[in-house]
Design a protein. Structure first.
Length: 276
């Protein structure tokens, strides 16, 4: 299970272990500092491969599959945001990690903020990437309808439309990564995808009056060409967060940590070095 590598080494996640409750996870070699990465809807923990490559010589890096995704257990009933928070807490307790830096993407960013609010003493610094916040009722309804359609049809629908939203400016240099994301989406469990996507549709307003309670340094990081998780959303969240900062990466869209890791990773690294 344990993987090691120097910065920018292209080692592959090729093994996994499971917590006592069944969460599938990857963990690099032990290090005094730990970073935990939380993925979004329809993806798996392996999407953080570029971050494991980059950070594993200075951090113990941990990523995992959300409930209903990859090789982690399928929820038996409707899931709540707290179910995902407790899945993460179970993982870090299992690994005996008492405090860590937490990086989440999209739905993973929502889970990460909820975790930091519930377990403030465990989060040293927080980086929510491409997060959705306070959508219009119309935009929220559109996402909810897509999620319900997946559950009703028991089929992952409109994969190409999803890719078009996530990757705004496709080019040949990115085609291999885009193909991998497409494969992850197509191989997703419709139930796991649909339940998590429905929760994602309903969770963008849960922090409206809670961000002032975040006590750790927080960097809201997004792409300036993300049509759904817009820069303005992250900017507003940063203003409502006591130790909040905001960075928008020019020319990048929703899959910033995966498709533009060469831009995102140094920003995260520098932020964590200076976070207090």
């Amino acid at each position: 299970m344990f993987v090691s590598g120097l910065r920018d080494n292209n080692f592959e996640i090729n093994a996994m272990r499971f917590t006592t409750h069944g969460t599938a996870y990857f963990c690099s070699d032990s290090n005094p500092k730990t970073m935990v990465f939380v993925h979004g809807v329809g993806i798996v923990g392996a999407v953080w491969q570029p971050q494991l490559n980059y950070f594993s010589n200075t951090y113990q890096t941990v990523t995992y599959d959300l409930l209903g995704h990859g090789k982690s257990p399928m929820p038996q009933e409707e899931v709540t945001l707290d179910d995902y928070v407790e899945q993460l807490n179970d993982l870090v307790e299992f690994l005996e990690v008492s405090s860590f830096s937490l990086v989440g993407h999209s739905m993973g960013a929502i889970i990460s903020i909820a975790f930091a609010l519930k377990y403030p003493n465990k989060v040293e610094a927080l980086v929510p990437m491409n997060i959705v916040f306070n959508r219009t009722d119309k935009a929220q309804l559109e996402v909810l309808e897509r999620a319900n359609q997946v559950l009703n049809d028991n089929k992952i629908l409109n994969v190409q439309q999803t890719l078009d939203r996530w990757f705004r400016h496709n080019n040949n240099k990115k085609s291999e990564k885009i193909a991998k994301v497409k494969k992850w989406l197509e191989q997703s469990s419709p139930r796991g995808y649909g339940l998590t996507y429905r929760l994602f549709a309903l969770s963008d307003k849960v922090f409206l009056n809670k961000l002032s309670n975040l006590c750790c340094p927080v960097l809201y990081l997004t792409g300036d060409d993300d049509p759904n998780s817009t820069p303005e959303m992250s900017r507003k969240m940063a203003k409502l967060t006591p130790l909040g900062e905001f960075v928008s990466v020019e020319g990048e869209a929703h899959m910033l940590p995966y498709i533009a890791a060469n831009k995102a990773n140094p920003i995260i690294e520098n932020y964590l070095k200076n976070a207090k």
